[in-house]
Design a protein around this ligand. Structure first.
Ligand code: ZN
Length: 332
């Protein structure tokens, strides 16, 4: 049976009809808002490379968290910029570190707001890599490579320090092998069995991170991250990465970036029962912001379309710099 008995336009004939048959509903409940906190006092400094995004300090982050919570956004994702960096990133797990203090401030001001913390070393190391560097004799093939297992131990220490400060969810973004297992073990051993892990399971070496690297001041001083982050053309490896992270104890798995990787999100959702997050990254955000500023795109319509598309592909959770704007639109 086909045309004229079947007319697809019947179900698009009015707003009510379209609402009735709509399959995907983007909700404020799906959103996570990333926040950057740096050492300092009284800061709310615009990030040059990211429109409407700011660097906060631990004493100003609470007010922002209260605003986020008032928009009914369930969670923030915290990134820290320390006062000083070193070769192993020791400020990452410092008890009085910038993230650790900020977690406490947020929890005091907005206890219902979930605090997710990015767990990585790249903002804390003076070389900007996500792990510690192997120092080997000159001309060794291993020289200058990122040392996997010692890095995992430091990541576990970092995650534990976030849990001790009050984080609800820790989110390792480094792409070392086995780090979720190390973190799960450290949390279990120290009485934080209820702290969840959201792993950046399939994180690709992407050009779309450009604006973020200035926001987090974490560009590598040499080389790139291709020996640990995933290679764009690969899809099977993403499934293997996700499966391993779930096996090691991840509660939520993530695909990053989102828009150029909707096929990965879709495939992951078909295959795994675990809640799936997608990170709508800084480059994706700024493409829309810049095009809107240039008068080429309707920003509100575009951002809702993109976030809905990420959800339609299969994401349960969308991490986005548009979260506040989207929440205002969704709450009307
Ligand atoms: Zn990193």
């Amino acid at each position: 049976m086909g045309f004229p008995k079947i007319r697809m336009r019947r179900l698009r004939s009015s707003d009510s009809m379209r609402r009735l048959v709509r399959q995907t509903a983007l909700s404020v409940d799906d959103l996570v808002y990333p926040l950057f906190v740096r050492e300092g006092k009284g800061l709310k400094a615009p990030i040059k490379t990211m429109t409407d995004c700011f660097h906060f300090s631990p004493d100003t982050i609470a007010a922002e968290a209260v605003e986020v919570a008032s928009l009914r956004i369930p969670a923030v994702l915290l990134f820290g910029l320390p006062g000083k960096k070193d070769d192993i990133g020791s400020q990452a797990w410092a008890e009085d570190g910038v993230v650790q203090r900020s977690i406490k401030e947020i929890k005091k001001a907005a206890p219902q707001l979930l605090v997710i913390t990015d767990v990585c070393l790249c903002e804390y190391t003076d070389h900007g890599h996500c792990g510690v560097i192997k120092a080997c004799p000159e001309r060794s093939r291993e020289n200058g490579k990122i040392d996997n297992d010692p890095t995992c131990e430091l990541l576990a220490k970092t995650a534990l320090s976030h849990a001790q400060a009050g984080a609800d969810i820790v989110a390792p973004s480094d792409m070392m092998d086995g780090r979720v297992g190390y973190i799960r073990e450290a949390l279990e051993e120290n009485g934080f069995e209820n702290v969840a892990i959201m792993s950046y399971a399939a994180k690709y070496a992407s050009a779309f991170y450009g604006p973020f690297r200035d926001a987090a001041e974490s560009a590598p001083a040499f080389g790139d991250r291709r020996s640990y982050q995933m290679d764009t053309p690969n899809s099977d490896q993403a499934m293997a990465e996700i499966a391993l992270d779930i096996e090691e104890g991840a509660d939520i798995v993530m695909v990053k970036p989102a828009l150029a990787y909707l096929d990965i999100i879709h495939r992951a959702k078909q295959r795994f029962d675990c809640p799936l997050a997608a990170y709508n990254v800084s480059g994706e955000y700024m493409m829309v912001s810049c095009a809107a500023d240039a008068g080429l795109l309707d920003k509100k319509a575009t951002l809702l379309e993109l976030l809905t598309a990420i959800k339609r592909a299969g994401a349960d959770i969308v991490i986005t710099y548009f979260a506040k704007e989207a929440a205002k639109l969704l709450l009307g």
